[in-house]
Design a protein around this ligand. Structure first.
Ligand code: SF4
Length: 156
């Protein structure tokens, strides 16, 4: 991320040895191919000044793009009403609500949240979930300091 931060889509596509920039992320040969494909998709949208009706579906058609990545790009880059369900979200929901959700519940949970909140709320919500999960609801949770403690089903 540090190697690419601050660069535009065209600048990244213009890097002759993109592989070297993404080398620290691992699987760089495959990732370079996928990254270029998604960047070309974004570039074509930028050039045509058109927002796709359903960026999520179009992104899912690209090689190497799974649900979580498609939802992240659709939410943050194309401002569409969706939300990625990542490991942080599942862990926090399962602890807080005392549920046993897994990636099998991805689509149901995404649909339910996407119809409950508007796009701005979804961005904020996702960012807060990740932040909270990194700081408090970690693998070993810091329940004693957690503001959600009173309502959480799993507090330790
Ligand atoms: S009380 Fe503990 S388990 Fe519940 S949300 Fe907070 S950190 Fe996570």
């Amino acid at each position: 991320m540090r190697n690419l931060r601050g660069k535009t889509v065209s600048e990244i596509l213009g890097i002759p040895q993109l592989k070297e920039s993404i080398y620290p992320a691992g699987f760089y040969t495959r990732k370079e191919r996928y990254l270029k494909e998604v960047l070309r998709y974004c570039q074509s949208r930028i050039e045509s000044l058109s927002l796709p009706n359903d960026a999520r579906e179009e992104l899912l058609d690209l090689n190497g793009i799974g649900r979580e990545t498609a939802d992240s790009i659709a939410l943050y880059a194309f401002h569409q009403r969706t939300i990625p369900i990542d490991a942080y979200t599942l862990r926090l929901f399962n602890r807080f609500f005392g549920t046993m959700l897994s990636m099998r519940n991805y689509d149901d949970l995404r649909r339910s949240l996407s119809t409950t909140f508007n796009q701005e709320q979804l961005m904020e919500f996702h960012a807060l979930i990740d932040e909270h999960s990194k700081k408090m609801c970690r693998k070993i949770p810091r329940c004693e300091e957690c503001l959600l403690r009173k309502r959480c089903k799993k507090k330790l």
